[in-house]
Design a protein around this ligand. Structure first.
Ligand code: CS2
Ligand code: MG
Length: 395
């Protein structure tokens, strides 16, 4: 079997996505997700101009060889654009392998270890009061076992949902020193609203310095966070160790890591309790299973990144990883009833705090190219934060 065609599909059903479709001479094709919020076009260009010529005529079954070719064959190694491109291709190749062998992806990864996947949902709302007021009802109505809060209110405005093209990022005010107390109060009030038995994840979204994050985390120790996510930015590896040593709350980290080598110090040093890479950012299934296996070796669990701005294809891949790995921890639930379901079929479904998927060969999703064309891509940016004095802060 040989690869005859590689198509990149940019589309915006209220959110920008980049899908990859790899077609073979046998008629079997595979689909993958290469979406990189805010830089989708750059990933598509890389695939079209540089990677597609390397794929045409190849055996789609040589997945590891292509991964190494794309990663090491550039000599320069990959950043976010490279790894996202590689992921779209890697997923499509695994999808082809599943379809040709008649097996779901999880069966190729070693088979099912569990039938359902514990997940957590975001508490959304415009203000802190909205979110606090909504939390208890939302938990009841969705039968949630675990919820997720995010620092910065109304954080995420402008990340999810692209309504019109942009020529630059939205600017959100953010003054971390002033937000420390609000952030602590928010968590405590939600804990009071939902009671002791609901797990609460707190995504600090790289918004605080190490010392600020430590103040928040120590103040929350008594309130039993399920984990604190991304308390600090990932750039200085040593800072994570510093934070780890000063608080006992569980830490989840990794959505900005781009490879297993970036994860390594956090894993081998036990600076994290959950590794939560984004499968797209690390170059796909091939790399994610290696990261999961490294984490297993060090008694660290997985919590793959899976917000609403990744497509059902990636949620499905997360699910296959979750059911087939020993050290599964929890999964972020990004299932939505948005327009994306007109473009992508399949993917996990939510029921009573867990995710389920039907058995289908491969990843179990398909992309409808005609539907994708109905929602043309609109260039958009991830927002940025500026502090009171005008200086930029990690969003
Ligand atoms: C977040 C994401 O879900 C999360 O944990 O960190 O919502 C992140 O902000 C977006 O994926 C960025 O595109
Ligand atoms: Mg996060």
């Amino acid at each position: 079997m040989k690869i005859t065609q590689v198509t990149t599909i940019l589309t915006s059903p209220n959110q920008n996505y980049l899908f990859v479709k790899i077609i073979t001479d046998s008629g079997v094709y595979g689909v993958g997700d290469a979406s990189l919020n805010g830089r989708e076009q750059a990933v598509a260009d890389l695939i079209d101009a540089y990677l597609t010529p390397l794929l045409i005529g190849r055996d789609p079954g040589q997945i590891e060889d292509f991964w190494q070719l794309a990663y090491r064959g550039t000599y320069w190694r990959g950043g976010n654009i490279m790894m996202s491109a590689l992921c779209g291709i890697d997923m499509a190749l695994w999808d082809i392998l599943g379809k040709t062998s008649g097996k779901p992806l999880y069966a190729l990864l070693g088979g099912k270890m569990r039938n359902s996947v514990l997940c957590y949902s975001h508490i959304l709302g415009k203000t802190m009061e909205d979110k606090i007021a909504r939390a208890a009802d939302y938990v009841k109505q969705r039968q949630l076992k675990v919820i997720r809060l995010r620092a910065g209110i109304p954080a995420a405005a402008g990340t999810f949902g692209v309504k019109s093209p942009q020529n630059g990022p939205l600017v959100e005010p953010w003054n971390p020193e002033e937000e420390i107390y609000n952030s602590i109060e928010y968590f405590i009030r939600v804990r009071e609203a939902v009671g002791r038995d609901v797990g609460i994840i707190y995504d600090l979204h790289e918004r605080f310095s190490p010392d600020q994050a430590i103040r928040i985390m120590r103040s929350l120790e008594l309130y039993n966070p399920f984990f604190i996510e991304d308390p600090i930015a990932p750039d200085c590896v040593d800072s994570l160790r510093y934070v780890r040593e000063k608080t006992s709350v569980p830490i989840a980290f990794g959505e900005l890591y781009k490879s297993r080598w970036e994860c390594l110090p956090a894993i081998t040093g036990h600076w994290v309790d959950y590794i939560r890479c984004d499968v797209i950012r690390v170059g796909g299934i091939t790399e994610a299973r290696k990261i999961a296996s490294l984490a297993e070796t060090y008694d660290i669990k997985t919590a793959w990144h899976g917000p609403n701005d990744v497509s059902p294809i990636t949620h499905a891949v997360n699910w296959h990883l979750n059911v087939s790995e020993y050290n599964f921890g929890i999964q972020e639930d990004g299932t939505t009833d948005g327009l994306i379901h007109e473009v992508v079929s399949g993917g996990p479904v939510y029921e009573n705090g867990s995710l389920f998927m039907e058995d289908r060969p491969g990843i179990g999703c398909d992309v409808d190219e005609a539907a994708a064309a109905r929602y043309p891509f609109r260039k958009a940016y991830i927002p940025i934060c500026r502090q009171g004095d005008g200086s930029l802060h990690t969003w």
